[in-house]
Design a binder for this molecule. Sequence first.
Ligand code: HEM
Length: 509
Amino acid sequence: MEISSASMAGLAALAVAWLWIWRFLKWVWLKPKILESRLRRQGLVGTHYTPLVGDVRRNFSMIKEARSKPINLTDDITPRVLPFPLTMLKTHGKTFFTWLGPIPAITITNPEQIKEVFNKVYDFEKPHTFPLARLIATGLANYDGDKWAKHRKIINPAFHLEKIKNMVPAFYQSCSEIVGEWERLVSDKGSSCEVDVWPWLVNMTADVISRTAFGSSYREGQRIFQLQAELAQLIVQAFRKAYIPGWRYLPTKSNRRMKEIDREIRAILSGIIGKREKAREGPNNDLLGILLESNSGQSKGNGMSLEEVMEECKLFYFAGQETTSVLLVWTMVLLSQHQDWQARAREEVMQVLGDKKPDMDSLNQLKVITMIFYEVLRLYPPVVQLNRAVHKEQKLGDLTLPSGVHLSLPIMLIQRDTELWGSDAGEFKPERFKDGISKATRNQVSFLPFGWGPRICIGQNFALIEAKMALALILQRFSFELSPTYIHAPYTVVTIHPQFGAHLVLHKL
Ligand code: HEM
């Protein structure tokens, strides 16, 4: 019997359709159920799988509910910031799994397990659940394996202390401009004035990164960062629909705008880099200059491409700007609430600096301020949670983690755990850091605002020195307290923001 070409085509189409249906069913049902049974057989507890969406909807509705009302200053902030993980922790205990769409995510809080995950950078990789996030920046923070190791090696010199020392004048310039603006606002009103410090601090850290990343091309740098901020907002909105397959390819207004922004950022960046390479200027003290210099010192084939250098520059902004403004804003809120610590910090600044301009050496002498920053980073870690993906079966303590699961490391919950930090874990007590981090943690991996291990934040010294510069200049000129209009409402938009700003009253000293 002969089969016509039309029926052959029909059979082929049917086979392709079945293949797709099979793949879809495997992705949305079979694989999650197999993984779930492997986890439960080991005694792990967790939520039951809802096809496709998992716990995403429940997570979002709990976040929406939590954000609908502010809290009191003395309330625990975790139910507002991480309502779903906290509820799960209370229901299931310290190790459990939930569902990120069809992917099981195992939450771990045990310091020994966390140490192992952070140390084994080749086994526990960065998850790439939301391809849209790559539009923000890929770069070091998103690479794995040998590519990560190569980029980390090239970028490391840019963050050495002697290089940061050269950036201190740029920190001073950006911070003193903002503090000068505050002085004008206060003078206009007499000697005190209410200021929402949050947008000012955001501008301050954006300005610092534009200056330190791009030096002479500072204005173009500013434009890039404005565009990146707009892109981030669009992407945060899109995350909610990101689990719908193919959503990001639809020509919606926001998808089109995201592509436009991406093109403009690339054009400006390649212009700046091209100019630098052509001019063959002497050594530059900005991050881009150090990066290009370190890159050119690599043997052939081991350097970064132009595209990769651009990604790293975009990443500096995302990784470094928002996190540092978040550290500063919660420091100002907590020092408003704890006037005794504000007074101790000012006393130290006056003793070390008087009214002199801070430099690297004097900033390094600010011990009370370091303790305060650590305590703020413990209670309000800008990055509240980190995630890793398992691509090959792995052992972790007693657990056997099958390929395809994720790990969630809830930094904020770990850093507020009373079993690890004592019954006063929720209280602001910077003195716990008086003998350093290892004493405060009793050498456990329980303080991880910058992550831990080989992938620890490359910019942590940069961030702490910048934040010290900002706080020293503020304390030299003002005392501050919470305004009666201040509303306490921490919430996460990638990092922990103050939902209604940070309205403080500044008093000129
Ligand atoms: C208070 C300020 C900051 C906080 C709390 C912070 C937090 C973090 C955390 C938690 C990680 C680890 C991510 C992970 O393991 O998945 C990280 C990595 C990173 N941070 Fe920061 N960061 C801060 C400031 C900065 C600054 C100022 C820069 C650069 C200008 C920067 C650049 C990076 C980069 C490039 C990585 C990726 C490192 C790698 O994967 O090897 N960060 N940061």
